[in-house]
Write a protein that binds this ligand. Structure first.
Ligand code: FE2
Length: 438
């Protein structure tokens, strides 16, 4: 006897007519329907041949800023730097309760989208560490339904920011504030070398922060070269210190947009260094297509890092949402399929395997980057599942369809009716559901 069986599912790897049985909070069996046809369960869900997937994972987000669009004003230039300045204007006015409420509201949307794990950066450039306390509270409150992993992110530069600017009585340095955030329970060490005053300071910040992570046994996820500067060299430095400190497999470079603008000769050296150091990469296509190339005339650079080339070198590449309705980005919907769709288009990844890799980049790959335990669609994994109104991962990216059911630890936490339209056309079907009939 099982607690629940999802019958007649198609899995992301292409297997069809599969039954997935759940006992307690874990997947107990994944078998062809014929094998489990006689099995009983407390509840059954008929997938009807639709896609049953592990949940979406967002490897890069800023939950402390989300849903703050228009506070205290809008970003007029649309640039990263005006966004950072705007966030600086907003910070003194932030209140913990409002920040928690906005983050919880975003997590509601995330769950409804089947997004059940998020790595969020949290700004530590604040003597009060207000956002850190708020997101630690959010992490505790959403834990039953969403895994929230936090990155200590020195938004204003770990060397550039002087906390006495905001509180003359503060005796801690920006690095000590970041360490205090880690002491409070933040999980990962972040950084922003391209925002330090000089390239030399940026390189020094990478060294300091990697050594801090190594000393504490923590992972690293740095905003690394989120710029259009082809001469930025922070990525190779991140690779150097990851290798030197034995952090292979635990260090992530986020954005890496400078790689878009670098010349091919240098990149032919850099990508093998990234692979050798066991780095993973996170591209944020919605944001990078919007923020990068703002100073260009035509042709305008896309700005997204070299996704297919990194994947071809064996580097794990995930896609992040980065922002939803905040000082940097006025759009966004919490839908990782929108993120995957934008990446697919910007990177021109329209081959069949490439499109499937785009689906992996918002599911299994970020789960590995975050080090999520029990993620996947196999016996023994947590029963965290999403039933989509699509027949395979490629159609899911194309349609960004309804999440018919979202399960967390074996319990249905969100349901959505299928999207259909009633047609009033003579001689044509009465209804369309947008699926492709082969
Ligand atoms: Fe970011």
């Amino acid at each position: 006897m099982f607690d629940l069986i999802v019958r007649h599912a198609t899995l992301p790897d292409g297997r069809t007519d599969i039954d997935v049985a759940v006992r307690g909070d874990r997947i107990a069996a994944v078998e062809p329907h014929a094998t489990l046809a006689a099995a009983a369960a407390g509840r059954e869900i008929d997938a009807g041949g639709l896609l049953l997937s592990p949940p979406f994972v967002d490897a890069h987000f800023h939950m402390d800023a989300t849903l703050s669009l228009g506070l205290p004003r809008f970003n007029q230039s649309g640039t990263l730097l005006e966004g950072i300045a705007l966030w600086g204007e907003l910070k003194p006015h932030l209140r913990q309760e409002a920040l928690v409420e906005r983050a919880l509201a975003y997590c509601d949307i995330a769950v409804a989208r089947g997004l059940l794990a998020v790595r969020s950066h949290v700004d530590t450039s604040d003597p009060r560490l207000l956002a850190v306390d708020a997101l630690l509270e959010v992490k505790r409150r959403v834990a039953p339904y969403l895994d929230l992993q936090l990155v200590a992110f020195p938004q204003d530069g770990v060397l550039r920011y002087d906390p006495r600017r905001d509180d003359p009585s503060c005796t801690l340095s920006a690095l000590q504030l970041l360490e205090k955030a880690l002491d409070k329970g933040v999980d990962v060490v972040g950084g922003i070398p391209h925002f330090e005053r000089t390239m030399a300071d940026g390189l020094e910040s990478v060294r300091l922060l990697c050594e801090l992570a190594a000393s504490r046994g923590l992972r690293v996820d740095m905003h690394c070269d989120e710029s259009d500067d082809p001469l930025s060299r922070h990525v190779e430095t991140l690779a150097l210190h990851a290798r030197r400190l034995g952090l292979q497999g635990r260090v992530t470079g986020s954005h890496l947009t400078s790689m878009h603008s670098m010349d091919n000769y240098y990149v032919s050296k850099l990508i093998p260094l990234i692979a050798e150091a066991g780095l993973s990469a996170i591209a944020n296509p919605l944001i990078n297509i919007t923020l990068q190339g703002r100073h260009d005339t035509y042709p305008k650079r896309r700005g997204m890092t070299r996704v297919p080339e990194l994947m071809a070198a064996g580097v794990p590449v995930a896609f992040g949402h980065d922002c939803v309705m905040d000082p940097w980005y006025p759009m966004g919907s919490g839908d990782m399929l929108e993120v995957a769709s934008m990446a697919l288009h910007v990177a021109q990844m329209t081959g069949r395997a490439a499109m499937r890799a785009c689906y992996d980049a918002v599911t299994g790959t970020p789960a590995r980057i975050l080090g999520l335990e029990g993620y996947g669609l196999a016996p023994g994994c947590f029963a965290d599942l999403v039933l989509l109104q699509a027949r395979d991962p490629i159609e899911a990216i194309r349609l960004r369809p309804a999440r018919l059911a979202v399960l967390r630890r074996g319990r249905v936490v969100s349901e959505q009716p299928p999207a259909t339209a009633a047609l009033r056309l003579d001689g044509r079907p009465a209804r369309v559901d947008f699926l492709h009939r082969r």
